[in-house]
Design a protein around this ligand. Structure first.
Ligand code: GCB
Length: 593
């Protein structure tokens, strides 16, 4: 699937704005054909936005179940004879969509795009009604998982991940027009030798037996530097300007579908960053050079809009990343908006791209150890059907993000149970699915402290070891000397695996403005000392090739006795003001390693 584009042959119309919105706690709307008429007793809702925090009503904020969105649109008059597609960048966590009375598409998974070809249902110039039934319930067969528990007062939604279950239409919705004869997909790979770059392309196109594919590569100044033809092939680029961390140099590849007479029937554009990624021994190499990840696990999380994509916030977050000296981020714990990846490509920010498989661990609740009486992998909980949904989530992530130079490593899950036979059986095929979908990038998953070195049965499948550890916070709380000893010992064990290690999480909750003469947990001083201790441990271990502090900024979670107005491990507050640790990190990360 290609993202809607404006090109010489394509056009798109943005459908963001105010939609009609209605909760359907009785799940009555489908049977009563709510899609068949304007929604009654509806309120306005912004798209894109999480719906949860926009309304001053707890029953809306904590709602789970069916949610209806609706609006009318007019197909542009000039689109006669085109193929017309309705495209959702995401609907959290699943959706079914109707065009007037016709059901046109259903999709499972809250963070990847889906679309419907509606050509046969519309006419240029015509007005039509779009209705989306979004559902945000988490079950043992959803990614991420959850369960609905009956309580004396009704039902509640439980889940095992430590961020608020924001939902709705978080990203843009588009109507797009393409020619009937068209390019349907494109996969690019890149490499280089000396000063010569090489770009491999493989296009999928309709009528590709009768039509020709032509490609034109232009540099960042728009100068044509190479041309080629065929549905697949490779281009050579002399005096290549590589894409590199901190140097987001992009070429533009135009792919055209051309008929016998040389007429261009379709044209698409793809940003290309020429770079290589390789794991060699305990090193992580970008363009053949050892790379050390400095940065954060992040969240798409802001006041009011929740998990909605917003360009102003993305620019601001990247400015802060740049200010602090970060060169990389992890899309914890779900695929972020494609605009974030475009921005990362353009600004040379390295990305660990993660699926929404978070909380497959019933020994954890909201980041806190403690069993709630469920077995993680069993016929009734996380099972073969869940694995199918998970596999599909991996395939969709890679299909969407495969051409982004910024993405250097796939993370197929965060902190799943990984010390049991059930975990090994569950994950083995998922690594195969990932490598099949993308043979060019390393694959890993994020290991939890409950499966320390010597007990984890899943890390054997990973190219890179990713560790989340909280020595000095959840363990050895307040005892940084003890934490340092325990952490050093565990890391020594991991380094014997001969693989690169990225510390994907280490962090301490810190209440901004809480100061303490002696470093007490929750104080700004303790956060600084905690990070210093971790850095001594990392610097003493050659296999460590990266440090991602948890978290970039404070973020919303479910409420509970361990969370005061959310998770406070941010180096910035939720509204992006720096804590003391921000200045300490800035000093460390701006020193050339
Ligand atoms: C973790 C999780 C992350 C939590 C964090 C915490 O290990 O991966 O989602 O927010 O711990 O703060 O407890």
């Amino acid at each position: 699937m290609l993202r809607p584009q404006d090109t010489a042959t394509r056009e798109r119309k943005n459908l963001d704005g105010l939609w009609s919105f209605k909760l359907d706690s009785e799940a009555a709307g489908r049977d009563n054909r709510w899609y068949g008429a304007p929604l009654t007793e509806a309120r306005d809702m912004a798209v894109p936005a999480s719906f949860n925090d926009l309304v001053a009503d707890a029953s809306v904020r904590d709602y789970f179940g069916d949610i209806w969105y609706q609006r009318t649109i007019r197909v542009p008059r000039g689109w006669d004879g085109q193929r017309i597609v309705l495209h959702f960048e995401s609907a959290t966590h699943r959706a079914t969509v109707w065009l007037d009375d016709h059901e046109v598409v259903s999709h499972e998974g809250g963070y990847t795009p889906f679309e419907a070809d509606i050509t046969h249902l519309v006419e240029a110039g015509q007005e039509m009604r779009i209705t989306a039934l979004v559902n945000n319930t988490l079950t043992f067969q959803s990614i991420p998982p959850g369960v609905i528990e009956k309580t004396p007062s009704g039902a509640t939604q439980r889940y095992w991940h430590d961020f608020f279950n924001y939902a709705g239409l978080h990203r843009s919705v588009w109507l797009s027009a393409t020619p009937q004869a068209r390019i349907e997909d494109l996969t690019v790979t890149t490499t280089f030798s000396g000063t010569t770059g090489s770009i491999g392309w493989a296009a999928d196109a309709t009528d590709q037996d009768e039509l020709d594919v032509a490609v034109v590569l232009r540099d960042a100044e728009g100068v044509e530097v190479a041309t080629g033809s065929g549905v697949s092939g490779s281009l050579e680029v002399q005096d290549v300007h590589l894409w590199a961390p901190g140097d987001g140099y992009l070429y533009d590849l135009e792919v055209q579908l051309v008929d016998d007479a040389g007429q261009v029937l379709d044209s698409i554009h793809q940003n290309i960053g020429i770079r290589t990624v390789e794991v060699r021994g305990t090193q992580f190499l970008i363009n053949g050079k050892p790379f050390y990840f400095k940065g954060f696990g992040m969240h798409e999380d802001h006041a009011v809009i929740g998990k909605a994509h917003n360009n102003a916030h993305v620019i601001n977050d990247f400015e802060l990343l740049n200010w602090i000296g970060a060169n990389s981020l992890r899309t914890s714990h779900y695929p972020y908006s494609e605009d974030v990846l475009d921005y990362a490509d353009k600004h040379g920010m390295v990305v660990i791209d993660e699926t929404a498989a978070v909380g497959l661990n019933m020994g954890l609740g909201g980041g806190i150890v403690g069993s709630q009486g469920y077995t993680t992998f069993s016929l009734d909980t996380i099972n073969d059907s869940t694995r199918e949904v998970h596999a599909q989530a991996i395939r969709e992530l890679i299909a969407r993000d495969k051409n982004h130079p910024s993405v250097v490593l796939w993370s197929i899950a965060n902190e799943p149970e990984s010390h049991t036979e059930g975990a090994e059986t569950y994950f083995r095929p998922l690594f195969e699915v990932t490598r099949q979908a993308d043979p060019t990038r390393p694959v890993g998953f994020v290991n939890v402290g409950l499966a320390p070195h010597g007990t984890c049965r899943v890390s054997q499948f990973a190219d890179v070891i990713m560790l989340n550890r909280y020595y000095g916070w959840y363990e050895n709380t307040g005892d940084l000397a003890g934490a340092e000893i325990a952490w050093t010992a565990e890391l020594q064990g991991w380094s014997s695996e001969g693989k690169p290690i990225v510390i994907t999480e280490y962090g301490a909750d810190t209440l901004s403005g809480n100061h303490s003469l002696t470093p007490q947990p929750w104080s700004e001083e303790y956060q600084v000392d905690y990070l210093d201790m971790n850095h001594r441990v990392f610097d003493a271990c050659n296999a460590v090739v990266g440090e991602h502090v948890w978290n970039f900024a404070d973020f919303a979670t479910t409420s509970g006795i361990m969370r005061v107005d959310g998770n406070k491990k941010g180096i910035f507050t939720r509204d992006r003001r720096p804590k003391s640790a921000a200045f300490a990190l800035r000093r460390r990360w701006n020193k050339e390693a």
